[in-house]
Design a binder for this molecule. Structure first.
Ligand code: GDP
Ligand code: IMO
Ligand code: MG
Length: 422
């Protein structure tokens, strides 16, 4: 048995949460393997909308097991908020959610350090979600981090050493803060966290595979935000790519099965950093309005632009994508013409390969595709697709070399159309 992986191919917010929820009935276990509460994964069903941050998106489908893997960074305070909301809406979790002892803890001072680093960068700031992600992964790599398993033994002592170190760093940056209030919430979060089962998730997941259980791994962020392959330094601090599922869960590379790569019919980005196909003024605003492109975590307006096939091909290559999933097709319903960037001019020279640096001197070359100008949101099967939409799908499959297995025509669970019968 192999694990399947579902991950974002663009700059995040592709619709991972929705599709993981739709695919969950085919699996026994759903696992998050990286990122933390910088993620905001939205699900809609039965007229209700939920936004998940640290809890995997398989939590709403019956009694499937959900795992927070070792590669995730967890903030107990935000975790408690999420748990309380889910419990209040009638979704008990304690039996169905397992947490890796090796997942790293986001301390209150990590959040402060995130803010301090951003402030010190001035105009060059990353535009982080402010959730302490960078500083927590920094401590993990520099071997100063605290893990969920640390909560079980002499935690106060370990916490004090870490926080004193952080306080000294904040002092050096002349950063003013009020730690007491956030610390109180954080320790209440720790008590909530302790009600859950802490596990050796690498053993758990591999035992699942041995006993032929289906495992789906849910990525957070997107390939263009990957710490190694994204638009560095305007990236997040984890490996968001398929390989991240191996290190973030303890799964061997040869145990990876299908790799679902998810993308929007256009492109968005939150925060700073280069975005070659970005649209400004009316056109960008039209996409933002139609697609409700406002961050699910911070509420920030998302930057919008045309689909970028240079970046998508790169993401497909890095992840070994076997099946594509196209989201938010309906957002393009009213467009006369849809543009797709097929190559870049880099300092005057045309290339289809994603370059080292996309910060400057990049000019996208577009192909124009006629729009379908039909409301697709009520469609149930691909037999109903208009000809122009089928042409768009064929064009993309041809350009990307991978089939588009699922098409999404609205935010609801039901607005999902599967193609190819296998
Ligand atoms: P994630 O972070 O990848 O899970 O994506 P987000 O939840 O942050 O952002 C995707 C947004 O698009 C959410 O508000 C979803 O409810 C919404 N959404 C998902 N699929 C579709 C779709 O096919 N059409 C439309 N109009 N909205 C969608
Ligand atoms: P999901 O899982 C979109 C962006 C931030 C910022 C950069 C670094 O919902 O797709 P961080 O807080 O991680 O240090 O911020 O990454 N970012 C996301 N953008 N979707 C996300 O998650 C993101 N998580 C982080 O806006 O530019
Ligand atoms: Mg999101």
């Amino acid at each position: 048995m192999k694990v399947d992986v579902l991950l974002g191919l663009q700059w995040g917010d592709e619709g991972k949460g929705k599709v993981v929820d739709v695919l969950t009935p085919r699996y026994d276990v759903v696992c998050r393997f990286q990122g933390g509460p910088n993620a905001g994964h939205t699900l809609e069903f039965n007229g209700q909308k939920y936004v998940l941050r640290s809890i995997p998106s398989g939590i709403f489908q019956g009694d499937k097991i959900n795992v927070i893997g070792n590669g995730v960074v967890l903030d107990p305070a935000l975790f408690k908020v999420e748990v309380d909301q889910l419990m209040a809406s009638g979704h008990p979790l304690t039996e169905r959610l397992l947490i890796s002892k090796k997942a790293h803890l986001i301390l209150p001072t990590h959040r402060l350090l995130d803010a301090a680093y951003e402030a010190s960068k001035g105009k060059g700031k990353i535009g982080t979600t402010g959730k302490g992600i960078g500083p927590t992964y920094t401590d993990k790599i520099s071997r100063n981090g605290l893990r969920v398993g640390d909560l079980l033994l002499n935690f106060e002592e370990k916490y004090k050493i870490a926080v004193d170190r952080h306080k000294e760093m904040l002092r050096q940056m002349n950063f003013e803060y009020d730690l007491e209030a956030i610390e109180k919430e954080w320790f209440e979060g720790v008590e909530c966290l302790k009600k859950f089962k802490f596990i050796d998730s690498e053993h758990y997941v591999n035992k699942c595979l041995k006993s032929k259980k289906g495992v789906l791994c849910e990525g957070a962020q997107g390939t263009m935000l990957d710490i190694d392959f994204g638009s560095y330094p305007f990236v997040t601090s984890s490996n968001t790519i398929c390989a991240g599922a191996c290190t973030g869960l303890g799964v061997a590379p040869r145990s990876i099965g299908k790799v679902y790569g998810i993308f929007k019919a256009y492109c968005t980005r939150v925060g700073s950093g280069p975005f070659p196909t970005e649209l400004f003024e009316e056109m960008g605003q039209a996409m933002r309005d139609k697609g409700h492109e406002y961050g699910s975590v911070t509420g920030r307006p998302r930057r919008c632009g045309w689909i970028d096939l240079v970046a998508l091909r790169y993401a497909i290559m890095i992840n070994g994508v076997t099946d594509l999933i196209m989201m938010k097709s309906d957002v393009m319903d009213e467009f006369e013409i849809i543009k797709a960037c097929v190559s870049y001019n880099v300092n005057g020279e045309e290339t289809e390969d994603f370059p080292y640096d996309i910060n400057e001197g990049i000019e996208p070359n577009y192909v124009e595709i006629p729009g379908w100008k039909i409301n697709m949101t009520k469609m149930q099967s691909e037999d109903e697709f208009p000809e122009e939409f089928n042409n768009y799908l064929s064009f993309l499959e041809n350009e990307l070399g991978v089939r588009i297995k699922i098409v999404s025509v609205g935010p609801d669970r039901e607005q999902t159309i599967e193609r190819y019968n296998d």
